[in-house]
Design a protein around this ligand. Structure first.
Ligand code: NAG
Ligand code: NAG
Length: 368
């Protein structure tokens, strides 16, 4: 009698777990965490003594407040568009003093412009938050949230969160290719360097898993050789730099392989890859299809392709930012960021999103 009662209780529990969506849930939007470099930094570097910053005009000119925020964009960046898809407000930089209390539960952005996978990437920017340090802050964040909602709930919040990591471009642009005969380029041939960087990246992603990450969107590098900064330095007739394109073409497929290997190791699709090189290439080879008149010249900058130096108040500034794929010598415009996130969401091809697109993931995860 007692045994069969327990059996039935277990069956009910199993049913509830299987059909968990039918249990009414009073939950806020899913938490969102961001790690990486300037493509996704939304203001951490404002709080640091570094030269890698975007806290003066005309940065932010098209942001809702029309003021610079620390985002390397004329307006919103990739994390902002993802937050929008999650139905949540934009997350705050981890170093923001406003990130306290309930706001902690929405998530946090740990990214820092200038950093790379390797610790020695971006050292010229002096005071930036290297990847290992971003993860230390993530641990600290979890301790702070534990004080608000307890350990069990904190673990759930992190396990169920969506995480974005964008890093790697600087390991080429601001390390291997920063100067001719850089230390890393004397140490490694390009193919060996890529292998080394990928193996270090794998360690970072395993650390992120240890910290509780269970759904991580990992972007590859963009078309490194085609950014206005590289065109200005390396291009004669507007062709992309072959050397940097070779770096991206070696890096991105190996990243995809590494993510697949991690997923089979963990027995679950924890890591979702986005081939940002291909997405971005589409703008460059066919700008008109995306409403851009220009995909080589930065909107804000100076010199050839507006690709030299920084975007400052003294730079050339295009009147209509939406017509440019690049806002400054390195970073996509707000319009381009929006299109990239749209491609994360809807791409039907595993060439762009593997093993699946972000809409599919969000639908799957909402059922857990
Ligand atoms: C980066 O530095 C941290 C702290 O010194 C160290 O723990 C980590 O192993 C380093 N990572 C690499 C890739 O050298
Ligand atoms: C996402 O991917 C799936 C499967 O590949 C596809 O059926 C769907 O059309 C894509 N787009 C959206 C918005 O779900």
């Amino acid at each position: 009698m007692a045994t069969s009662f327990i059996l039935i209780a277990w069956m009910i529990l199993a049913l509830l777990m299987t059909f968990g969506t039918f249990v009414p849930q009073v939950e806020a939007a899913r938490a969102f965490f961001v790690f990486g470099d300037s493509l996704v930094d939304n203001g951490n570097n404002n709080y640091l003594a570094t030269t890698a910053r975007a806290d003066s005009p005309p940065y932010g000119i098209d942001y809702p407040t029309h003021r610079p925020t620390g985002r390397f964009s004329n307006g919103r960046n990739i994390p902002d568009f993802i937050s929008e898809q999650l139905g949540a407000e934009s997350i705050l930089p981890y170093l923001s003093p406003q990130l306290t209390g309930q706001r902690l539960l929405v998530g946090a952005n740990f990214a820092s412009a200038g950093i790379g996978i390797l610790n020695d990437t971006g050292i010229q920017f002096i005071n930036i938050i290297q990847m290992f340090r971003q993860f230390e802050y993530f641990q600290e964040y979890q301790n702070r949230v534990t004080a608000v909602i307890g350990a069990q709930q904190t673990k759930q919040l992190v396990n169920k969160a969506l995480i974005l990591i964008t890093v790697g471009g600087n390991d080429f642009v601001n390390n291997y290719y920063l100067v001719p005969y850089s230390a890393r380029s004397r140490q490694y041939s390009l193919p060996d360097y890529v292998k080394f960087v990928i193996s270090e990246y794998k360690k970072l992603l395993m650390r992120l898993y240890d910290l509780g990450a269970r759904r991580v969107l990992v972007t590859g590098t963009g078309p490194l050789g085609c950014v206005p900064a590289e065109l200005a330095q390396r291009s004669r007739n507007g062709e992309c730099s072959a050397e940097l394109q070779r770096a991206a073409s070696l890096f991105n497929p190996q990243l995809e392989q590494m993510l697949k290997q991690l997923n089979s190791q963990f027995g679950s699709d924890v890591f979702v890859g986005a081939n940002t090189q291909l997405m971005h290439n589409d703008f460059i080879s066919n700008p008109q299809a995306y409403g851009f008149t220009n995909s080589k010249i930065a909107c804000c900058g100076q010199g050839p392709y507006n690709g030299l130096g920084l975007c400052t108040v003294a730079s050339n500034l295009c009147p209509n930012r939406d017509l440019y794929a690049f806002w400054d010598p390195f970073h996509p415009s707000e319009k381009a960021n929006g299109i990239i996130v749209q491609q994360f969401m809807t791409s039907g091809s595993t060439k762009y999103m593997y093993p699946m697109n972000l809409s599919t993931i969000m639908a799957l995860d909402s059922r857990i």
